[in-house]
Design a binder for this molecule. Sequence first.
Ligand SMILES: Cc1cc2nc3c(=O)[nH]c(=O)nc-3n(C[C@H](O)[C@H](O)[C@H](O)COP(=O)(O)O)c2cc1C
Length: 182
Amino acid sequence: MKVLGISGSPRRDGNTDYAVRRALDLIKERLPEAETEFIRIADHRIEHCRGCRYCMEAVECIIKDDDLDLLVGKMHDADLILLGAPVYWWGPPGVLKDFIDRTHGFYPDDKRFAGKKVAVITVAAQSGYPTHEKTMSWLQHYGAEYVGKLRLRAREKDELKRKPRQLKRLETFAANLASTLQ
Ligand SMILES: Cc1cc2nc3c(=O)[nH]c(=O)nc-3n(C[C@H](O)[C@H](O)[C@H](O)COP(=O)(O)O)c2cc1C
């Protein structure tokens, strides 16, 4: 069983990276047999969608020299995808939005993530959760089942680590995810 944690934050070691890593560790504590992996979209090269609509006929993206296939391959290998991202103006940061846009090419083969579970962690200073979660739910379109979402509040780097009530909520969230995999 494999759990893939993806951080969509451009800020290395910020609140989102921390939350996703911590959730993976907590799941691993409950399910020692699970294989976990953490990746940051911002550590990979993902070009902007060009809007050329080549993918609508070819069912593949015209851009071949970046890391899209690598990241999508990791998602295909996972049983649970744990997606974390901060709110940037009511939605995910550009690095993650570019990735989301580039999956448009799967559209005709629209159930390729059937059987995958997805959970979403949203970090924001205070606002924008509903619109952000709507965009983060795009994998539903491809058949994935969303099994949980968590809204965390933090602004400055390392702020989340110092918030015991938020960390408790993260623990409960991870425990619930672990139980969906049993
Ligand atoms: C460009 C930008 C836009 C932001 N927009 C929002 C917003 O709309 N609502 C909000 O509550 N916080 C907003 N924030 C605050 C971040 O969500 C917050 O700092 C979060 O903790 C960052 O996560 P990170 O530590 O993983 O980078 C914004 C931050 C940036 C840099």
